[in-house]
Ligand binder design. Structure first.
Ligand SMILES: Nc1nc2c(c(=O)[nH]1)N[C@H]1C(S)=C(S)[C@@H](COP(=O)(O)OP(=O)(O)OC[C@H]3O[C@@H](n4cnc5c(=O)[nH]c(N)nc54)[C@H](O)[C@@H]3O)O[C@H]1N2
Ligand SMILES: Nc1nc2c(c(=O)[nH]1)N[C@H]1C(S)=C(S)[C@@H](COP(=O)(O)OP(=O)(O)OC[C@H]3O[C@@H](n4cnc5c(=O)[nH]c(N)nc54)[C@H](O)[C@@H]3O)O[C@H]1N2
Ligand code: SF4
Ligand SMILES: [Mo]
Length: 740
């Protein structure tokens, strides 16, 4: 009863921010957000939607009272999580209520240097005036955007279309560059399309599960639970320099030297070939370039690989034999592979192992990249950054015609090439070619590599817009204009999870104050910019979904069979591909993997062995910086830059409040470091302080810091994979001192 009256008190201040109403309200200066359109009180009920944190894509039952979400429980009737959720999922409603939610647009007062509340009209006029002025003075390409894998697919496609087709912005990238670019490029080159082939059932159907640079127990806890449900008593092999939670829970751990993976996997291929433990039929019928690959790995002898990787010849042979003896072997990789200086070739060395042993397309197999953010897969296909909408290529004239026809826009608006990558945009700011930046749902001031250089770039801009749920994030502190955004559960749309499942997100809560959904912000921008007419088809998220469904037609990610949200709801999410012909079979087969017919997406339907020689890391250790710094996820309760998970009192109890570094006890002894002592960590870029945790989870000569604390990326070194331009977050050289 108490709760009900509390909620009722809130209702008068709640405004329904949807299209026409928003526009009407915008024409009423000063009144916006003050309760003109009270939300109707609906009965109590429970509905389901997909979680907004990681790419696992669990479904949650959201319990509604008086039209607002008041609690949640995991959904037991969803093929992904089968009634389970991790701590972040359980606490998913908490971040919505935080006090530091951005509730009105904020504009920096040049005199005082402070951000001040302004109306949406002022915000939109300033946005367009400033960016247009920059474009007039420095050329259209001098404004860029950086987006995300954490908004719904309809929003990211709208943003990518609005910027690139409507605003003449050529350069835009996403935080998925930090995360998935390597997997995208590897799959495209090896398979002909960016297509993670698995379904989560494969976790339960493998008898050998190989996890590479993947700390599943904390980064994807529900995927780990799926492994726990495997009744085949599988061998679980963890290849990670650190003795992670996952390494402890697995059955074999290979504590490989950081960044020796490429050599290591070529060495495993060498042993497999030497013993004849390969699938000649599969190789012959379904792949190209195998002979050259076999010649290439000849020089990766067990002796050489032992020296480089620190894994003994006996263990190498043991791993090769385990792969050979496995009936259904699955290979899974995450950031320990993707975030490296030779990441694409490393991912492909894993793909090569699956291909040469015929471990693909069958239950329990696959070369499987696990995605990170809730909608990383949506971003890969529909953000219109590296790919033209729907996994098309910007430089393909037929694809441009198709997109122009579906969108009903002039084909000449579509750029003929992809724009700059994230790091090149930051370089562009430093060299003065990029002067305006729009940052949406990402916090690069904390998360980008070599942070001081990123933040220097932000200060060089003529105009910086940050669009976020919170005005308190580090990147917003540097913004000229902050646009308040609604978050997960405050808007409709779809996410695409790691196993390619399209799942629904629903507007169940009302965003605070004047915050608008990203979709509605993009609509406003289109209107103020003067290209609203061009996007009239994008009337609502569901209308946008229909456009995307049409765009996907004929692509490997074809989901043209799904025209509305109801079908997604009734089928409990649907994996792509899903054409009209696939719909009938969904009720009996709603967990599907790719390549069951051995056909890949290259023109001749064959997969390709791709390989090259390993190269040294950009910043090896030295006398001045003798230790390796590894970074990554700290706990299952922390999400990235903590803007959301930092708001839950329960989650906050599950991890250390301030930044720490894990150091091997023998290194600590050499440096006279006591447990929990404050130490200074320096790289050639910066020095930061952290609490020393002495732990055998890191090997001698190696250290680890979790990325959730802002200081960490002051240390990291900006090197990139040459093909994917993904940052190499997981290797730089540091020293540690007890003198602070
Ligand atoms: N709780 C929580 N879950 C998350 C996230 C989060 O922030 N918090 N983020 C989500 C996102 S966006 C992502 S991308 C995923 C990331 O998920 P993961 O990739 O599993 O997480 P990381 O901790 O970044 O890195 C995994 C492991 O790579 C290892 N590693 C480092 N260098 C090497 C190397 O050279 N070789 C090998 N083989 N391993 C190496 C690290 O020791 C680390 O244990 O997690 C998702 N899930
Ligand atoms: N050292 C180191 N650094 C790393 C990594 C590492 O392993 N080591 N991992 C990298 C990886 S894999 C990733 S994915 C990145 C993540 O880095 P970021 O993307 O910077 O991290 P988040 O904290 O998730 O930022 C998302 C932002 O979006 C906001 N937000 C959430 N939902 C919405 C919404 O619906 N609309 C709007 N407009 N805003 C919203 C949140 O408040 C938050 O500020 O970090 C990378 N950085
Ligand atoms: S595992 Fe991922 S999707 Fe599932 S509840 Fe946790 S954060 Fe949400
Ligand atoms: Mo990520």
């Amino acid at each position: 009863m108490k709760l009900k009256s509390k909620l009722l008190k809130k209702i008068p201040s709640i405004v329904e921010h949807s299209g026409p109403k928003t526009r009407q309200l915008l024409r009423t200066p000063g009144k916006f957000g003050l309760g003109q359109v009270p939300r109707s009180i609906t009965p109590d009920y429970t509905t389901t939607m997909v979680c907004g944190f990681c790419s696992t894509g669990c479904s949650l039952n959201i319990h509604m009272k008086d039209g607002q979400p008041v609690n949640l429980t995991p959904d037991s009737n969803y093929p992904v999580n089968l009634g389970m959720a991790c701590p972040k999922g359980w606490e998913a409603l908490e971040p919505l209520k935080a006090k530091d939610r951005a509730t009105t647009p904020l504009l920096r007062n040049k005199q005082t240097g402070e951000l001040e509340e302004v109306s949406w009209q002022t915000a939109m006029h300033t946005f367009t005036d400033k960016f247009k002025a920059v474009q007039e003075e420095h050329g259209k390409e001098s404004v860029a955007f950086i987006s995300t894998g954490q908004i719904v697919t309809e929003e990211m496609a709208f943003l990518g279309s609005l910027t690139k087709f409507g605003m003449g912005i050529k350069h835009g990238d996403g935080n998925t560059r930090q995360c998935m670019a390597t997997a995208v490029v590897s799959y495209k080159q090896s398979f002909g399309f960016d297509a993670p082939p698995y379904s989560y059932q494969d976790f339960e159907q493998s008898d050998v599960i190989i996890l590479i640079g993947s700390n599943l127990c904390i980064a994807h806890p529900i995927m780990w639970q799926r492994i726990e449900q495997n009744k085949l008593n599988p061998k679980i092999i963890v290849i990670d320099p650190r003795t992670t939670e996952t390494a402890i829970a697995g059955t074999q751990h290979y504590p490989i030297m950081p960044k020796s993976d490429l050599t290591f996997f070529y060495g495993i291929a060498h042993i497999l070939i030497k013993n004849g433990w390969i699938d000649n039929d599969f190789i012959k019928s379904n792949t190209n370039e195998y002979d050259d690959f076999a010649t290439h790995v000849e020089k990766f002898t067990p002796e050489l690989v032992e020296k480089e990787s620190g894994i003994s010849i006996e263990q190498l042979e043991n791993l090769a034999r385990t792969i050979h003896e496995g009936k259904n072997v699955s290979f899974w990789w995450t950031m320990g592979v993707n975030q490296g200086h030779e990441a694409v070739r490393t991912a492909q060395s894993i793909i090569n192992l699956a291909l040469m042993t015929g471990n693909i397309g069958r239950p329990g197999t696959g070369a499987n990249s696990i995605t990170g953010q809730c909608n990383a897969m949506g971003s890969r296909l529909f953000s219109n950054t590296t790919n033209l909408l729907g996994g098309h290529a910007f430089d393909d004239p037929a694809a441009r015609t198709k997109v122009a026809n579906v969108l009903e826009i002039d084909e000449t608006c579509i750029p003929e090439e992809t724009g700059l990558a994230y790091d090149q945009i930051i370089d562009g700011i430093h060299n003065g070619t990029i002067k305006g930046l729009w940052v949406i749902a990402t916090n690069g001031s904390h998360s980008w590599i070599h942070q001081d250089r990123y933040n220097k770039a932000m200060k060089k801009l003529d105009f910086l817009v940050v669009q976020d749920m919170y005005s308190s994030i580090e990147n917003a502190e540097l913004a000229d204009l902050v646009l308040p955004a609604a978050g997960w559960a405050e808007k409709d749309g779809v996410f695409i999870n790691s196993e390619r499942r399209i799942g629904l997100v629903k507007k169940l809560a009302t965003a605070p104050g004047q915050a608008l959904s990203d979709f509605n912000i993009f609509k406003l921008v289109a209107q103020y910019w003067g290209c609203g007419e061009m996007f009239k088809k994008w009337s609502s998220p569901e209308a946008a979904f229909k456009i995307l469904s049409e765009l996907s037609s004929g692509q490997p990610c074809d989901f043209s069979g799904i025209q509305d949200y109801d079908l997604l709801e009734s089928n409990r999410g649907i994996q792509w591909p899903c054409t009209k012909d696939d719909i009938a079979g969904l009720t009996t087969n709603n967990e599907r993997r790719l390549f069951a017919d051995g056909k890949f997406y290259h023109q001749d339907s064959k997969a390709k062995f791709i390989f090259s020689d390993p190269v040294p890391v950009a910043e090896p250790t030295s006398n001045s910086f003798p230790l390796i710094l590894l970074t990554g996820r700290g706990t299952s309760a922390q999400w990235h830059t903590q803007s959301r998970t930092g708001k839950s009192e329960i989650l906050k109890k599950l991890y250390p409040e301030s930044v720490y570094i894990e150091i091997n006890p023998s290194d600590a002894a050499k440096l006279n470091i006591e447990p929990n002592q404050m130490v200074k960590i320096s790289s050639s870029r910066a020095s930061v302080q952290a609490t020393a945790y002495l732990s055998n989870s890191v090997q001698e000569g190696q250290t680890f810091m979790p990325m959730h604390y802002a200081k960490v990326n002051r240390l990291t070194q900006a090197s990139f994979d040459p093909y994917s331009r993904q940052p190499s977050y997981k290797f730089c050289a540091v020293n540690i001192s007890t003198t602070l």
